[in-house]
Write a protein that binds this ligand. Structure first.
Ligand code: 4AD
Ligand code: MG
Length: 460
């Protein structure tokens, strides 16, 4: 029976087991060899000692190289060497898949993340991407655990959609048209002949559909892929990313922030408890302040300021920013990071943004100038969460849709939610990859998703 390496402990000393995995390193000492094997189950590899008494050793010896897949039967023994408490004394070894060491691109030396992106199919075999993958998994699991414990229902909103949730026009179009022969009527493209009889897109957010279910089930959340055709070549933007979007009925903007704070603290505590080795690895090799920052995040209350206060803080900061700070303009990443990293030194919610820079569905405040929108800003990442209380008043919502130059007919069903049993409700979206960045200290968002999609890159 094969045992995964993370399940082996000192209690197994004296037991016979089988392991399978990929060779990380081989140190051939002549009479015997040290082979380190990793199977992805944990950061650490298992040291295997093989010698002439190991069945199959001589046949496989020429093929024992980094990257090769092997199966080893052996005895767990106490390790005399430094660095590990136990090792595997191999009784037999079998080559499962050879690896041409001349051409294998993952050599023992450190590779840059840029290089690793060009071999995204092999990079999960590196320590860093393996650790990212395990932390990402734990964050996803903890997300479902949290919302289930809080009484939220997980719903799956559509990926192909007919409406623009954010109204920002950053959508990828979905069509089955033959581009050499696009049907036209009066010189315009005739979408009535397309697959869905109208223009369709990949969704930028499941929120609008999520609202429909919250206005029936009370509390729901989505966790799915979203797509944005924004041409942003930054370390925090992807064209395809995963978003968690809770929606709470009978809730206002403060309930929304309370939920967001509780959720983020819960999942970060979860990884602190369950991914210790991986987080220590990140703390040592990727981001020295990581563990301290995560512990602080879990233990202290998040700050809350209005957009107007945030603008004042930035203006009085004495810092020179690349983008000017003016009331009415959106905060840039440099401003967001200054607030979270330098000014508050803790996650901070900014609330009540000018209505002109936010989406149509956000609830208009009594001042007539701002909306009940909130962003959660965190160190290293900037905006981790964007959310709002939703406009539940039919007439105001109609004005806001039209005011933003959008077409009322496209939102007919969304408007009906305000006609039939409308209730105050609120929700937010958390960018899952940005969360993984927060939890790992990884600098570039392209390295925390298995196969990143960004302008010009859809390989793999
Ligand atoms: O602020 P955004 O655009 O909000 C919405 O989509 C709302 N419909 C959410 C809601 O209220 N249900 O996006 C939410 C979050 C951002 O805070 C950010 O973390 C992430 O999604 N995000 C991106 N992550 C990676 N790449 C991109 N291009 C992203 N755009 C937004
Ligand atoms: Mg946003």
């Amino acid at each position: 029976m094969r045992v995964k390496i993370n399940k082996i402990s000192q209690a197994d000393i004296g037991k016979a087991i089988t392991i399978k995995g990929w060779i990380r390193t081989v140190r051939d000492q002549g009479q015997f060899a040290f082979i380190t094997i990793n199977d992805g189950s944990c950061l650490a590899g298992l040291q295997v000692v093989a010698d002439n008494d190991t069945a199959g050793y001589e046949e496989v010896l020429p093929n024992l190289s980094t990257g090769a897949a092997v199966s080893v039967d052996g005895l767990v023994v106490e390790s005399p060497g430094k660095g590990q408490a136990f090792e595997l004394k191999a009784q037999s070894i079998e080559l499962i898949g050879a690896c041409d060491s001349e051409t294998y691109p993952l050599q023992k030396k450190r590779h840059t993340f840029e290089f690793l992106r060009t071999i995204a199919h092999l990079r999960p075999r590196t320590n860093t991407i393996g650790a990212v993958t395990r932390v990402r998994n734990a964050l996803a699991f903890a997300t479902h655990k949290f919302f289930n414990e809080e009484g939220f229902y997980y719903i799956n909103t559509p990926i192909v959609t007919g409406s623009d949730c954010e109204g920002a026009g950053q959508m990828f179009q979905v069509t089955t048209f033959d581009f050499d022969n696009v049907p036209k009527k009066d010189r315009e493209i005739d979408y009535s002949q397309d697959f869905f009889d109208k223009r369709a897109y990949l969704t930028v957010s499941g929120q609008l559909e999520g609202e429909a279910f919250a206005c029936a089930m009370s509390d729901i959340y989505t966790f799915g892929p979203t797509f944005r055709a924004e041409n942003s070549n930054t370390s925090r933007h992807l064209a395809e990313f995963w978003m968690i979007e809770p929606e709470l009925a009978f809730a206002d903007i403060n309930d929304d922030m309370d939920c967001a704070e509780k959720y983020v603290k819960y999942i970060i505590s979860y990884v602190l408890e369950n991914c210790q080795d991986d987080l220590e690895f990140f703390n040592k090799f990727i981001d020295e302040g990581l563990l301290g920052r995560l512990k602080h995040l879990v233990e202290s209350p998040f700050e809350r300021v209005t957009y107007t206060q945030a603008v004042e803080i930035l203006q009085k900061s004495g810092k020179t920013f690349e983008f000017p700070v003016v009331w009415g303009k959106d905060l840039q990443s440099e401003h967001e990071r200054y607030l979270a990293e330098e000014h508050f030194k803790t996650p901070v919610f900014v609330v009540d943004y000018p209505k002109e820079i936010k989406s149509f569905y956000m609830r208009l405040n009594d001042d007539g100038k701002t909306v009940a929108a909130m962003d959660m800003l965190v160190a290293g990442v900037g905006e981790l969460i964007g959310g709002s209380q939703r406009e539940e008043r039919l007439d105001i919502l109609k004005q806001r849709i039209e005011g933003q130059g959008l077409c009322l007919d496209d939102y007919w069903w969304y408007l009906e939610l305000r006609k039939y049993g409308s209730v105050p409700h609120a929700g937010f979206g958390l960018g899952f990859e940005r969360l993984v960045q927060l939890a790992t200290g990884m600098e570039n968002i392209r390295d925390v998703i298995p196969f990143p999609r960004y302008p010009g890159h859809v390989e793999f």
